[in-house]
Design a protein around this ligand. Structure first.
Ligand SMILES: *Cc1c(COP(=O)(O)O)cnc(C)c1O
Length: 360
């Protein structure tokens, strides 16, 4: 059986070593020494000045919206994971969807301005499969219309644009460290900002708004993460180069073997390099995609329709709305299995089956 993804697990002894310290200190959560160490090491690894380790990628988004005090309408993408939209609704704002660009699969900056009204307060865009949005154009539009920008970088761990971390774009950026993501701390998330005042506010929000033992400065939430999760993050960071290299090798093999496959790929940002988080392919029709998916499944190989369906016409709490590009791509896209343990033989088998079924 080949699943679509398999969480990376480091050698158990490596994790065990951190547990001894946790037992000795008896400090289990609330920004303990391992959480601080993880924050420090991630700042170094990602080459960013500021970040906060939080509960998960969804809470990271909710904290970002709260910290920027967003109200009214928020422009966003219908082609993302549900958390991008649900966080907007959860924080009492209205998501206003704008269609995606058919090559980058990110929100189409050319269509953003037409959606801006006096009620618009922000743009929340996703770096889809880790591919950077057109951050320069989006930031220019935001400045012109006095809007805030949040980037959902759940897929974008380790991605850079023009030699700068993708997480340094926008007023706030977020990342997810969920077990299924490229780099993980079992559950976990990151919040990034360049603004020291905003950072301070986010730190208060993460800890119930506490300002000293008996004082409160903000409306807060419990956005903290535990020492056990930080430990997994620390151990996994020691393996990140291996994880990345294996994913790169698998990706290149897929591309080589699928050269003549009748599908196309997302076009990556010119000033950026793939982080190999996913291997999505876009079929010429939904029928061809489903046929391939069923055929692989019959061979116990599991793929995923990701993202499907469009967030704009599937959520029970929103009026359904159709978008030409998003709807077409959501119907035809499939993510192939991709995880460090996947062997070359398995990659070759997947490719052979995909080539066979398209010619049937
Ligand atoms: C995974 C994901 C999230 C949510 O992250 P969690 O850590 O699972 O809460 C948000 N946005 C996108 C695009 C994601 O893929």
């Amino acid at each position: 059986m080949i699943p679509v993804t398999k969480p990376f697990l480091p050698p158990q002894e490596d994790y065990q070593k951190y547990l001894t310290g946790i037992w000795q200190r008896n400090w289990l959560t609330n920004m303990g020494p391992l959480s601080s160490e993880l924050e420090m090491r991630l700042k170094e690894f990602l080459n960013v000045n500021h970040l906060l380790f939080v509960t998960n990628g969804t809470v990271a988004l909710q904290m970002a919206i709260k910290a920027l005090d967003l109200k009214g309408d928020v422009i966003t993408t219908p082609f993302s994971f549900v958390a991008t939209t649900s966080s907007i609704v959860w924080e009492g704002c209205n998501p206003i969807f704008v269609d995606i660009d058919k090559e980058s699969l990110n929100i189409d900056p050319c269509k953003i301005e037409a959606a801006i009204t006096p009620h618009t307060t922000a743009i929340i865009a996703t770096h889809v499969y880790g591919n950077p949005c057109d951050v320069v154009t989006i930031d220019a539009i935001a400045k012109k219309h006095n809007l805030k920008v949040i980037y959902d970088g759940a897929h974008a761990f380790g991605v850079e644009v023009n030699g700068k971390s993708i997480f340094e774009y926008g007023d706030i950026a977020t990342c997810s460290l969920h077990a299924t993501k490229l780099y993980h701390s079992i559950e976990g998330g990151l919040v990034f900002t360049q603004d020291p005042n905003l950072l301070k506010k986010l730190a208060f929000i993460r800890n119930f708004g506490f300002n000293g033992p008996d004082a409160f400065i903000e409306l807060g939430i419990n956005g903290k993460n535990s020492e056990f999760h930080a430990a997994m993050g620390l151990v996994n960071l020691n393996h990140i180069d291996i994880i990345r290299n294996k994913r790169k090798t698998i990706t290149e093999r897929f591309s080589e073997k699928l050269l003549n496959h009748r599908s196309r790929k997302q076009i990556w940002h010119k000033q950026s390099e793939n982080n190999y988080a996913y291997y999505p392919i876009i079929f010429q029709s939904e029928e061809a995609m489903l046929k391939a998916m069923d055929f692989l499944k019959a061979h116990e190989i599991f793929t995923r329709r990701y993202f499907y369906p469009s967030l704009a016409n599937t959520l029970p709490y929103l009026e359904p709305k159709n978008f030409e590009i998003t709807d077409a791509i959501a119907k035809c896209v499939m993510c192939l299995p991709l995880y460090p343990d996947l062997s070359m033989e398995e990659v070759d088998l997947i490719c052979r089956l995909l080539m066979r079924i398209q010619n049937n």
